[in-house]
Design a protein around this ligand. Sequence first.
Ligand SMILES: Cc1cc2nc3c(=O)[nH]c(=O)nc-3n(C[C@H](O)[C@H](O)[C@H](O)COP(=O)(O)OP(=O)(O)OC[C@H]3O[C@@H](n4cnc5c(N)ncnc54)[C@H](O)[C@@H]3O)c2cc1C
Length: 397
Amino acid sequence: MNFEIPDHVREIRQRVQNFIEEEIYPVEPLFEGGRSEKSEEALRSLMAKAKEAGLWALGHPKEIGGQGLPFLDYVYINEVVGRSELAMVALGTHSLQDSIMLMEFASAQWRDQYLKPLVAGEVFPSFAMTEPAVASSDPTQLQTTGTLENGQWVIRGHKWFTSGANRAAYTTVMCRTEPDSPPHDAFSMIVVPTDTPGYEIVRDVKVMGHAGGHCEVRYNDVRVPESNLLGPRGAGFKIAQRRLGPGRIFHCMRWLGQAQRAFDLLCDRANNRVAFGKELGRHQQIQKFIFDSACEIQSARMLTLHAAQKIDQGDEARVEIGLIKVMGAQMLHNVIDRAIQVHGAMGVTEDTPLEGMYRRARFARIYDGPDEVHVMTTARRILRSYQVGDGWDFGLR
Ligand SMILES: Cc1cc2nc3c(=O)[nH]c(=O)nc-3n(C[C@H](O)[C@H](O)[C@H](O)COP(=O)(O)OP(=O)(O)OC[C@H]3O[C@@H](n4cnc5c(N)ncnc54)[C@H](O)[C@@H]3O)c2cc1C
């Protein structure tokens, strides 16, 4: 196993990092208070600059308008993209999972309508699985229904945490279409343009005091053409898994980029702030912050790259992805928490990026499946391999 960044990736990775540090960091404060005319204009300008600099949609397949970087090369790019919350949209990487989902599963009509503008950043996607009324970490319980009536899907239900719905052109809705099938074959994905009558955004749910576009949406007899179905009927779980699998590797790499930024701030403050006659970094308790953070970042990085290599070799790496989802999110949370602590009161103000990073790190332990669900499914998989006599030999994984 070789975890070194390949030579041919270093140059483009450095260019992405420079773009983020020079172009994105200075405008980040504009976005802390939610969306405004100024922030939207700054975002459009960043997107145009990224295109000009040849840094747009680096990981999207070439056939849909991306630059087609191979999976493992793109993994390393995501590490630097993670440094800023804004970078995904500014560099056009935010639509990767949704555009691949459309490319693989949508009818020709929807591919034509959405794929090109999606990859070009002209329209935004959103994805609706979670519902307020049921524990959505067990999606077999979802209650939103889709019924085929006179050649149209009629969708009825109530979702929330549909991130980005308030700026999206469409939402891909997971709904129950096959009530008589076993739970994992009972749900389908249906594309719903957000301007369809009956699609009602109830509110932009505030999370930890901030409106971040995580919308509550009601589906009041929303009618869309039959051809808006993605893939075959009842394939919702398979499509969701296909959407999330490699995406989790990119998430985890971005968390490593966030953690790197927090670690840089932590070390800088430790070297420069003086208390009780010496720099903070010369106090043992702060040295332990640095030691623990270095351990956690390095371990999460090795685990993530290992999982990425397994996926690249065609393995689904479900256990390895479970490990990094949980460990990566906890690592991110811990490192940012320590960086805030050495900044004292300033750490919880908007004078450093740490406050916003901390809020978002907390979300990471919940979205794409809460920690406990990944712990459960990962442990079950390992136990199953013992039950069938294979065991789990780390040396052979
Ligand atoms: C910032 C953010 C953005 C999001 N964006 C989206 C989005 O765009 N689209 C979308 O559909 N959803 C989105 N979500 C929702 C997210 O995917 C769900 O919150 C998540 O799947 C958990 O579902 P739930 O909130 O219903 O929690 P519940 O299912 O009610 O679970 C609550 C808690 O129960 C515990 N728990 C659950 N199962 C087990 C178990 N087996 N063992 C032990 N404990 C358990 C866990 O501690 C869990 O946190 C987002 C969430 C956040 C925070």
